[in-house]
Design a protein around this ligand. Sequence first.
Ligand code: C5P
Length: 215
Amino acid sequence: MLIAVDGPAASGKGTIAKRLAAHFGLAHLDTGLLYRAVGLATIDDWEREDFEARAIDAAMNLDTTNLDEEVLSTAEVGLAASKVARIPEVRKALNRAQRIFMDTPEGAILDGRDIGSRICPHADVKLFVTAQASTRARRRTDQLLARNLDVTYKDILAQIKKRDKDDTENPAGAFFQAPDAHLLDTSELGIEAAFLAALDIVERVMAKKISDETR
Ligand code: C5P
């Protein structure tokens, strides 16, 4: 089984993808971490003339088996990820790693921005997880404050809105909901309820697929 989960920052897509992976025994890849790792590797290079070349080099040589989620999860690294995500050759190099992962024999679930639309257009199930920007900013602020990071709701909301805009207008790969993706709005849902709603969609889609195939 191949599941594609897309959504904007702090929509809950990562948590949902992790829970679905554990439930179905699928390999899971948070593709945002790939962009974040390249962003972090080049975070001091923005003013350099060879910034793009450095980002491409970092993407081509990225060790995808060694991604430190805690180090990569800051708001600054999120913005750096959005910046390198606009470089077509960076996307090309990272797409290669994602396509290899999606062929994991036991099945896979990938979450990101273009999984259902470009990386896995043939996925068995596609979810588009979203929530209001204010809810997402509140969640992300609470997560970062819990780690004793010095952040404010106002700054995080501004960063989330900037990333939403940059990602939606990204000329190297615009972020949008695939037409056949199932929309899940988590604005009013806690983690457990969001997971159960996602599970319900996956089970219904898979049951229909099996019934169509045996007809
Ligand atoms: O999902 P996360 O917030 O970790 O992603 C960080 C950034 O990486 C996004 O804002 C986006 O610019 C980029 N990204 C992307 N395509 C993906 C995953 C992430 O462009 N599949």
